[in-house]
Write a protein that binds this ligand. Structure first.
Ligand code: ADP
Length: 484
């Protein structure tokens, strides 16, 4: 698939430090999850390279923060234009290494690029404040300054968007960045970094360190221990988020964490069922169920339960599974064999505890799994407690609104939630009662660049996107001017 790139020079396999492309001390392989075939071997950087990248970023910081907001904005805007001009090629790299259908991959390129566009604009709006003085001989001001060298550690499920969502606000605020992309999907990240260089981002301001699993852990330790790195933004599992938080305690580092979810998707008796079915399909099966905001638990009220399950399963049966480059495919492979095993484990557990398979239920060849619907799901099943991160939709039955809210909130996670209702009172009651950072009401897809994305409880810290997204990358400084 990579021989079809319109611009073959976007296939970068070396690391980027201080504007130089480096082969690295060793290499690691990147595979196509649809075929298992090797796509490329990529520079495998270690802790010493991480130290070098942090030093390069720090050296590049004064000149970058010294640019005017408008100068930084124009460079970011150029990066956005280049990402969009190369949407097809970036999508191709993404489908090849990540597996999501090509149309969905191109959609992610547009979504990922939109953060660069948005923060190019926000760069010009990092305003300060003047406050009323408490004494007429003084003036009180608040300025917002770039926090310093930032690190971004990103996952494989959105190989581009999880990078731009962190890097664009950092650059807009005047911070240099060191990026450690997921070991399974470094090619999209490297192509985006190449386009950043073409856009005129100066050497050292954006550094990208691909690394295999073991080296990622070692680099993570260097980043956390560094006094020069002032901020880490991480998207990934709650488990790794906890490790990074613990490792960052000695340097009291500022952290933005976007961790696991366990999204409830509630359908009340008064919902528009066809619309709820559409929303459930989009929310559950996007990226083969591998997003932290995918519906994990479907709660349907007893009056519409059978109707919903039947209509939902009928739609799921029409979904075409296969290689993401094939026409009409809406669900690609899962990212790795362990991901397939997890879906199988949740399915076996649910069946053993009394759930029925309404459609799907089988592992296909390679890393493919049928989109599956289960009825009769109950709270004691693994799929009620853990994020499946795959194409398995357990449907739970409930009686009252209170029961649904209690079940939805009965988890340590609090990222996305969804519900369907046409009762205006209920819409406000339930929205306010759900302990989640985001609530989709009569809709299954909620993310876009100008809204605050993030979770509560153990789903994380901070918000990405929107005008709040810049806050993570600036420090507030209070100036008290006397002798006026
Ligand atoms: P996922 O569920 O997306 O695989 P992970 O949390 O395992 O999530 O990985 C997300 C990112 O975190 C990847 O870039 C991975 O290399 C990195 N990572 C995993 N373990 C560590 C660690 N101990 N320290 C630093 N980074 C890590």
């Amino acid at each position: 698939p990579l021989s079809l790139l319109k611009d073959p020079t976007l296939l970068k396999t070396d690391a980027l430090i201080d504007g130089q492309w480096l082969k690295g001390p060793s290499r690691f392989d990147v595979h196509d999850p649809a075929t298992g075939m090797k796509l490329a071997d990529v520079a495998n950087l270690g802790p010493r390279d991480a130290e070098q990248a942090i030093a390069a970023a720090n050296a590049a910081w004064p000149a970058w923060r010294g640019k005017t907001a408008k100068e930084r904005s124009l460079i970011l805007r150029k990066w956005y234009d280049l990402l969009m001009a190369n949407q097809e090629d970036l999508g191709r790299l993404m489908t090849a290494e990540q597996g999501k259908p090509f149309a969905e991959a191109k959609g992610e390129v547009a979504y990922g690029a939109s953060f660069v566009e948005w923060f190019a604009e926000e760069a010009k709006r990092i305003n300060g404040e003047t406050l009323p003085q408490f004494d007429n001989n003084r003036r009180l001001l608040v300025i917002r300054q770039p926090i310093g060298v930032c690190a971004a550690i990103t996952p494989w499920n959105f190989p581009l968007a999880m990078i731009t969502r962190k890097v664009a606000p950092a650059l807009a605020a005047g911070c240099p960045v060191v990026i450690k992309p997921a070991e399974l999907t470094p090619l999209t990240a490297l192509a985006a970094a190449e386009l950043a260089m073409r856009a005129g981002i100066p050497p050292g301001v954006l550094n990208l360190l691909p690394a295999d699993g073991a080296n990622s852990i070692a680099i993570g330790k260097v980043i956390c221990a560094s006094d020069t790195v002032r901020h880490i933004s991480f998207t990934g599992s709650t488990e790794v988020g906890r490790i990074l938080m613990a490792q960052s305690a000695p340097t009291v580092k500022k952290l933005s964490l976007e961790l696991g979810g366990n999204a409830p998707f509630i359908v009340f008796d008064d919902a528009d069922i066809d619309s709820a079915v559409e929303g459930a399909i989009a929310s559950k099966y996007r990226n083969a169920g591998q997003t932290c905001v995918c519906a994990n638990r479907l709660y349907v009220q007893e009056g519409v339960y059978d109707q919903f399950v039947q209509k939902f399963a009928a739609k799921v049966r029409t979904m075409k599974v296969g290689n993401g480059f094939e026409e009409g495919v809406v669900q690609g492979p899962l990212i790795e064999p362990a991901a397939v095993d997890k879906v199988q484990k949740h399915l076996d557990d649910a069946k053993a505890k009394g759930a029925q398979v309404v459609t799907g239920g089988s592992r296909l060849q390679g890393q493919f799994f049928e989109p599956t619907v289960l009825s009769g799901a109950t709270g004691d099943m693994l799929c009620a407690r853990e994020e499946t991160f795959g194409p398995l939709a357990p449907v739970f039955k409930f009686k009252s609104e209170q029961e649904a809210i209690a079940a939805a909130n009965d988890t340590e996670f609090g990222l996305a939630s969804y519900f369907y209702s046409r009762d205006v009172g209920r819409i406000f009651r339930v929205s306010e009662a759900l302990e989640y950072g985001m609530v989709g009401i009569n809709v299954g897809i909620i993310a876009t660049e100008h809204v605050p994305f993030g979770g509560v409880k153990q789903s994380g810290l901070g918000r990405e996107g929107s005008h709040h997204g810049i806050d993570e990358y600036v420090e507030i400084k209070y100036l008290c001017v006397g002798d006026v």
